[in-house]
Design a binder for this molecule. Structure first.
Ligand code: SAM
Length: 282
């Protein structure tokens, strides 16, 4: 087995396949040998677990996952990497590589077809241009998965893992906390990748909740409220909700008053229950 985090090996494999990195596909490959074993261990995969990986690249993380999980399905958009993966990971009979866009694949069907009777987790070094859409798709599709362990840009990780109701929180914090319990696991420096990105990264894990922490009548409404509240996060909530949801000031004021939320609160002051109360009464 090649050492897939060794720069010389990576360069050799890629040049033999005539591969050049695509910036627009977020192709920064890991060259720090300590990161993938740690990610694979912390994602909770074991011999009974199925793992979905998004964007295997040349297979450095996939290699670790295949050695500890029952089965791995790796979804890679870039066709040029398929012969590379065939060379680097061809010896594993518990790996299936799917060529496609993770945002377009029916993941519920994939799990049903590929992982019958198994616990399933997601583990990936995500392409950063689609961090939030991928995470939200994985959560909103209500997949039968235990957890999502992903490497993302450090600032995105800090935002996702912030406490709801604090300054660091954003729409993504509240949305993620509706479905999962986030935990920031460890930071990864920009120099751990080839080519090195301009920003540092971090690995986080989302443990998927069995049921949401609050009851809402209509989830779409909840997410519309969250989006409107944070779209103008510096404004007081009575103003941002009015313009974001196209409601009259009077209606918003009466909703906030009946939920016991001070009119001068900002999005970052609200609790998950506050967001649910607003969504339920608007
Ligand atoms: N896992 C490898 C590693 O850690 O070195 C590569 C990670 S690289 C940051 C992101 C990978 O995602 C690339 O291989 C890229 O081609 C792939 N990718 C980009 N957009 C994708 C999409 N929409 N669906 C699936 N894979 C995608």
């Amino acid at each position: 087995m090649n050492n897939l985090s060794d720069i010389g090996t990576i360069k050799d494999i890629l040049s033999r396949h005539g591969f050049t990195f695509s910036k627009s596909l977020g192709q920064n490959f890991l060259i720090n040998p300590t990161v993938c074993p740690k990610m694979a261990e912390m994602c909770g995969a074991d011999e009974n677990t199925g793992v979905i990986e998004i964007g295997p690249g040349i297979g450095v993380l996939t290699n670790e996952l295949c050695s500890i999980a029952k089965k791995v399905v790796a979804i890679e958009l870039d066709k040029r990497l398929l012969p590379v993966l065939d060379e680097t990971l061809g010896e594993y009979d518990n790996l299936t590589v799917v060529n496609g866009d993770v945002l377009k694949i029916d993941l519920n069907k994939l799990i049903k077809d590929e992982f019958p009777g198994m616990d399933v987790v997601v583990c990936a070094n995500l392409p950063y241009y689609i961090t939030s859409p991928v995470i939200m798709k994985l959560l909103e599709d209500k997949l039968p998965i235990k957890s999502i362990t992903v490497m993302v840009q450090k600032e995105a990780a800090q935002r996702i893992c912030a406490e709801v109701g604090t300054r660091m929180s954003g729409a993504v914090t509240v949305a993620v906390n509706y479905y999962a319990k986030p935990e920031l696991l460890f930071n990864v420096s920009a120099g751990s990748f080839m080519p090195a990105p301009k920003v540092d990264s971090a690995v986080l894990r989302l443990d998927v909740l069995e049921k949401p922490p609050v009851k809402v009548k209509n989830e779409k409404k909840l997410f519309a409220v969250i989006k409107a509240a944070f779209a103008q996060r510096r404004k007081v909530i009575s103003n941002s909700l009015g313009s974001g949801l196209s409601k009259s000031k009077d209606e918003i004021v009466s909703v906030l008053e009946s939920a016991g939320i001070p009119l001068n609160s900002r999005a970052e002051n609200l609790t998950m229950q506050n967001f649910a109360d607003i969504a339920n009464s608007i």
